[in-house]
Design a protein around this ligand. Sequence first.
Ligand SMILES: Cc1cc2nc3c(=O)[nH]c(=O)nc-3n(C[C@H](O)[C@H](O)[C@H](O)COP(=O)(O)OP(=O)(O)OC[C@H]3O[C@@H](n4cnc5c(N)ncnc54)[C@H](O)[C@@H]3O)c2cc1C
Length: 408
Amino acid sequence: MGVTGTEAGARPWEIDMTNGHHVVVLGAGYTGMFSAIRLAHRTRRTGVKITLVNPTSRFVERLRMHQIATGQQLADHRIPDLLAGTGVTFVQGTATAIEPETRRITVDGTMSLDYDTLIYALGSSTDTGKVPGADVQAFTLNNPEIAGRFAARLTEIAAARGTVTVCGAGLTGIEAATEIAESHPALHVTLISPDEPGGLMGAKARAHLHRALDRLGVTLETGARVTKVLPEAVELADGRIIRSDACLWTTGVKVSSLATDARIATDDRGLILVDATLRSVSHPEIHAIGDAAAVRLAWGQLHGSCQSGLPTAQYTADTVARLVRGKAVKPFRFGYYHQPVSLGRRDAVIQFTRTDFTPRRQCLTGRGAVAYKEMVSGSPLLTYRFSKRMNLTTIVSKGGRATRRPAA
Ligand SMILES: Cc1cc2nc3c(=O)[nH]c(=O)nc-3n(C[C@H](O)[C@H](O)[C@H](O)COP(=O)(O)OP(=O)(O)OC[C@H]3O[C@@H](n4cnc5c(N)ncnc54)[C@H](O)[C@@H]3O)c2cc1C
C-alpha cells in the first residue's frame, strides 16, 4: 500500500509548496530532535522551514537519567548547538494548545505558531498520580532537576545508612536500583514490584540479572504492590510497611493531554492513533512519533523506547520529505531486536529479541554488554551529528515477515 503526495490530490493534507511549507516539531527529545535534523537535511533547497519547540534549551538524555540520579556529572548538550548548521529554528517554550482547524500552536499561552505539517513528539513521563502519596513523597526520573534532587537526598541518607525503595522493576527500575546500590553501598536498596525483574528476558539473561541484584545487595519484594507512599515508608497491598528514607517511582506512564484536548484521535491513554504511515487518523497533516504515538504493526503495538522511537522519527522525516516532493510513501515497518539493561557502571545484560520483543536464546553479559549498552546510550547524539550531512539509518530490523503487511 503506497500513499502519494499526488494521491492526496484535493485532500486537506496535500503538501502545497506554493508558499513554502512550515513544519513544526513539538518536543526536542530523542525523536523530535532526530526528525528535525534529518528532515532539514532531506529537504534542503526545497523551501521547507522547520521549527522545533521544547521547554528547555538542554537536550535531556533520558537513557542516562539514572546516572544523574546517582550524582554522576553528564555532558550538558544544548539544543541550539545540536541544531547548528541545520537551518532549524529553535523556540524555547511549552506548547500549551493545538488548534488543528487553523493549524496553529500556542506556546507558553501567548505566542502563536502556524504550521502546515506538525510532527508531534512530546514523549511520555512516569505517572505518580495513581497511588496516593507518590506525587508528593516520591522522586522520579522525569527530568534532570528531579533526578538531581534525588541524588542529593541519596547522599544525605547514605551517611546514616538509610533505606531506598525503588517502586517498579521494569527496565528503568532495575537500572536505577543497581546504579544506586553500586554507587552507595551503605544504602539499603529495596526493589518493589508485582512482577519478577527481568520477566521478559530468557532464563540465562534473567539469571545474570538476579545474580547482579544479589551481588549488589538489592532486596527484592516481588509480588508486592505499593498502595501508599508515606513520608518515611511505603505501604504494600498486604498491609506491610517498608521503611523508605527516599522513594523512587519508576512505574506507570502518562502522556501530555495536548492531543486529546485538541480532539485529535487518541487511545484511552492519550497516545495519538496513527495510520500505517504514522499520520494521525483524524488529522493526517499531523504525524506522531516516539512514546506519544500509538503505533500498531501486524505483530502488536510498539512500547515506548528509543529503539522503536528513533525509527519512527527517521521514517517520519523521510515521509514528510517525500510528500513535499510528491513521491510515494510505503508503510512504516519495524521489529525489536534487543533489550539492553545496565546493572550499574560495571555490568549489564543485553537480551536479544524477536520482532515482537519476546526473547531469543542469545544474550550478552559482563564487559561486552557494558560496552554495548554504552554504545546504545551514546548513539542518538552521534546520529544527530552525522544526520546533518548524511542519511544514517537507525532501523536495524524492519521486522521481516511479521511486518510485511500493515495491520488492518
Ligand atoms: C532511566 C531511563 C532509561 C531508559 N533506557 C532506555 C533504553 O535503554 N533503551 C530504550 O530504547 N529506551 C529507554 N528508555 C525510554 C526512552 O528514554 C524513551 O522511550 C524515549 O525518550 C522516547 O523519546 P521521545 O522523543 O518520544 O520522548 P522524550 O525523549 O521524552 O522527549 C519528549 C520531549 O518533549 C518535550 N515536551 C514535553 N511536553 C512538551 C510541550 N508541551 N511542549 C514542548 N515540548 C514538550 C520534553 O521536554 C522532551 O524534551 C529509558 C527511559 C528512562 C527514563
